[in-house]
Design a protein around this ligand. Sequence first.
Ligand code: SF4
Length: 264
Amino acid sequence: MVSEFMLQQTQTSRVIEPWRRFLDRFPTPQTCADAPLSDVLVLWAGLGYHRRAKALHDAARLIRDEFEGAVPSEVSALRRLPGVGEYTAHAVASFAFGQNVAVLDTNVGRVLARAIANRPLRPAEARCVARDLLPRSASAKFNQSMLDLGAQFCTSSPQCANCPVAQVCRWRQEGGPDPAPTSAGVSRRQSTFEGSDRQLRGRVLAALRQRPHSLQQLMDTLDVAGERGASVIDGLVRDGLIERANDEVALAGQASSAAPRGSA
Ligand code: SF4
């Protein structure tokens, strides 16, 4: 579940080290739930899209409070957890618990549209096709194979000459316009990072991972027009990732976790 959260918007190569650090520090949902959010945000360094860190922390708290500390195995229960959408619920149910459910992401959506249907698939259609294709046994291995096929061969510029299913691929055999770009779940490119608010949010959080800052220190760190810097900081406060008390800004939970025992 932790790896699926981290992989939602980050490449595998960038996830491996943070994933190891995270599981060393939080070997169970309970240990994560009991820690302040600031500890999770410190371990999230390098991954970006920090709302996922808060959602994972909130999910750990729900697992502790309502699922006796054990990650649920059913898709319907997984969907109740913050940050767990259709894809993540199916991936956790399949890969962690061996449930017989189809995993459908951007990569698999491309394979289904090209190799099976040779036409664009709407979301509900893609889910049906994925379900029909699922074998009764070893479905987790099958799901992993479909993800790999989409990631390594059936990419946006497909490598058909080397593809292991080229012999049975409808688009390859029948031809026609590429059905993948307008199919369900086929994502658009991420917006440019350089100069974006996403980059500024990362800079605020990187500074606060070191220590709490005064508002003025943070604005100096950002080095952008005052209005834009203030709006980035306000956005992080609204998302519950940082806290602002008077002039001091800190990671969420950092100030309270640093307070001496017995203090108000
Ligand atoms: S043959 Fe080409 S289009 Fe068909 S599944 Fe393989 S990579 Fe995709």
